[in-house]
Design a protein around this ligand. Sequence first.
Ligand code: AMP
Ligand code: MG
Length: 405
Amino acid sequence: MMISVADALAQVLAGVEPLNAERVGVANAFGRVLAEDVASRLTQPPRAVSAMDGYAVRAEDVGKVPATLTRIGESAAGNGYDGGISAGQTVRIFTGAPVPDGADAIVIQEDTETDGDKITMTEAPTPGRYIRSAGLDFAEGDVLLARGRRMTARDVSLAAAMNVPWLTVTRKPRIALLSTGDELVLPGEPVGPDQIISSNSIGLGSFIQAMGGEAVNLGIARDDPDDLRRMLDGVRGADMLVTIGGASVGDYDLVKTVLGGEGLDITFSTVAMRPGKPLIFGAIHGKPMLGLPGNPVSAGVTSVLFLRPAIGVMLGLNNDETPRETALLGRDVPANDHRQDYLRSTLGMSPDGELTATPFKKQDSSMLRLFAQSDCLVVRPPNAPPLAAGERVDIVRLDWSNLSV
Ligand code: AMP
Ligand code: MG
């Protein structure tokens, strides 16, 4: 039975579970997903510090300018002034240095004149001027990074500033990738006249890595039941099995029948979409299994729409909906049939600054060049009417805003 994209996605999401956690050093946490809230282990700044190079003063001493004060010492970052300031006194201070007790403002260097230890202030500061108060950034115990967040490089800086040496993150999903097909060889191998390169398995490995998983490439199974069965053994230790090819109804499409004999429990095997109609989801040996179509673009598009969210669930990612936006069509598109279409398209800007999406004229699911050149997929719902250039459509970007640095 052919099911809708939305139903298929719901079943995939229901068929995978969050993985357990592990600890990593803060320096290795980029891209990892937090399994726990993270609270600060200190207050930042720990005490009031200067935001500028200048002089620490009591604002009341500099109410009228010019005002001449006596310099009694210096406070540098990492080397504060021991002691306080009394009436008529000032301390030379630098950016990031602790503000001496008694001082409540900084007069910047540019607004002073120096004559030995007599410093004349030429501008009157308001109390608090150029002082970063204790805890301005955050306080000890503040939860600044939430469970389910994918760590950006900025988050890594923040966690380090919070004096957090290690983080508890979800284990990277190990995805076993099994290609199928007598015609497949690896890049660099001799290529016979009837053979093609197994490009998918390699591209999908990169995709899985980019999504925060770890690909375990099991290799290429021949279109032979025994070979397929034998290679299935490699799924042990993985969190999910992804097969490529052999998912359709041809004589050599063995995934359903052979894996079925090995205990594959199929949830669905046909989705009303293009590309990607023959798409299998189920469970084998207690693990989720996704059977992708062999055509490179079909495999790529179904990975974006189904494998990525499945990895998101395993990672425990928050806010992991596939980013949906709209854009204005860059060219006319015809009426659609009963399958949901995903048209490979480039993004641009209209003269008045609107995002435009222009589908390529050719959409054959074997064409990798145009897929690589695409910025997004234009979504055409089942039975959609024809649309003219300039009309608004849903798009799925192929660059993810939540992979930000
Ligand atoms: P299949 O789903 O096995 O019928 O494959 C559909 C099409 O995708 C065929 O033209 C296959 O040669 C091609 N194909 C299958 N697997 C791969 C792969 N790993 N890399 C590139 N093309 C593939
Ligand atoms: Mg095949």
